[in-house]
Design a binder for this molecule. Structure first.
Ligand SMILES: [Zn+2]
Length: 105
């Protein structure tokens, strides 16, 4: 039996969540409170964040999606590269200015 395409119902739900007024307000609040990319700050880079990321992937779960403590501000680079790889299960190691690795999980 072919695997069902588990992406499509989830993807539709994601798109719906990102269009809600509740999310747009939450996103604005997050960027106002934390205007710099959190991952850039780890390596003492100062970059304006333009993306609000869910620390723990919400996978369409509204409770996680709207949880303000599950949000972090990221720049587009970090959101598109690092987070996508993390969510696919890759281990990402960045090096801090002290030369020690910073691990994400
Ligand atoms: Zn960044």
């Amino acid at each position: 039996m072919p695997k069902p395409d588990r992406r499509s119902p989830e993807a539709a739900e994601y798109r719906r969540l990102y269009k809600t007024a509740r999310w747009l307000r939450l996103r604005e609040r997050q960027l106002a409170a934390q205007p710099l990319c959190g991952m850039c700050l780890l390596i003492e880079d100062v970059t304006a964040a333009d993306t609000v990321d869910h620390v723990k992937p919400h996978r369409g779960d509204a409770a996680l999606f709207y949880d303000p403590s599950n949000l972090q501000s990221l720049c587009k680079y970090h959101h598109d590269s690092v987070k996508q790889r993390l969510e696919r299960g890759s281990k990402i190691v960045m090096y801090g200015l002290d030369g020690y690795p910073i691990e994400f999980d």
